[in-house]
Design a protein around this ligand. Sequence first.
Ligand code: ATP
Ligand code: MG
Length: 391
Amino acid sequence: MKEMILLKLGELVLKGLNRHYFEEQLMANARRRLKACGEFKVTTRQSITYVEPKNEDCDMDRAFEAMKKIFGAAGVCRCRACEKDKEAMLAAIQEFLAGDLAAAKTFKVECKRSDKTFPLNSIQLAQYLGGELDDLYPHLTAEMHHPDLTVYVEVRDDHAFVHGNTEPGAGGLPVGMAGRAVSLLSGGIDSPVASWMMAKRGLELDMVHFFSYPYTSEAAKEKVLELARILTPWTGRLVVHVVPFTAIQEELRRSCPEELFTILMRRFMMRISAQVAQRIGAGALVTGESLGQVASQTMEAMRCTGAVTDLPIFRPVVGMDKEEIVRISRKIGAFETSILPYEDCCTVFTPKHPRLKPTLAECVRAEEALDVEGLVKAAVDGIERVFIAAK
Ligand code: ATP
Ligand code: MG
């Protein structure tokens, strides 16, 4: 084994049993994500997860990219294994960190020795390696507090390994640790970002998409499935529950006051999503609503939509400006797909003057004209489940 990957675990405030769940979940997610990159051994000791290739066939570049998207890891780095011999360590540092050593102006060496039989202790080893590097690279100055480059050396039982600065990891909590939720995924900018943010807090997601064929096209559905695919490096594989929504929209247009159309439609979305949640054992809903962004996202409107379910509704972008949401959308690579100009079911029948402050009483009254249960049941029965493999 020449090289491996280290994940430095985040959320260090977690203690006791939680800590154990955190590590187990993170390792399970890492193993699943690594399958496409070869055979790896994944272990955790003292808040570091070690990803070691079992043979030469492993694709380390791909594995490293995958590990940068594992929620729960605060930092990620590649490291080089070498003989447990101080000259070999020095040579490994010079070769493996050549670029970093050339770019840095200040440095320090930090050593950790889990093999207590190694003849030098951590401080002696750091002094030796630091002294040698100082001589070999005249442009480098030792700096203990905020060096440009920290050279890490760990002496383990079977070998030693060296690495440089860690790159930022994906942060958050391992997916699955917080349980399961249903995320309402439209083809827009906000809901993929909201989904990503809640996956980051450890939720395993199932997606629900409301599809209004033929008012919205097959291409619009493909776009949503593509958005789900874009999320899979972080979320893992996904199921998208595609709900036939046309009948409900047509019935609402026929039987309900136009200014309440959007809010009533959104109440149906919540009811159907709650049923999907019950089916799959999920405990919450996620939406990409942002306060005040459109008429259906006022406080009063959210009260009306939330009232149809007792599940918590997570709206992680509720307090964010569009610019902030777009920044995340770009970061996760969803933006270019989100802005493709396909129609969404919400834009198909948009009332000219939607009610900004609907009351629950008027929603309930308007729904008296409808067979709510029957409509929901028909939609749920018509769900098509699309499986999205991890990218
Ligand atoms: P987005 O950018 O996520 O489409 P939006 O600003 O267009 O959001 P709305 O269309 O009012 O806002 O939708 C608010 C939220 O309702 C979305 O973020 C999403 O969670 C959910 N939603 C809207 N349309 C659909 C749909 N067709 N399928 C699934 N969920 C939807
Ligand atoms: Mg939308």
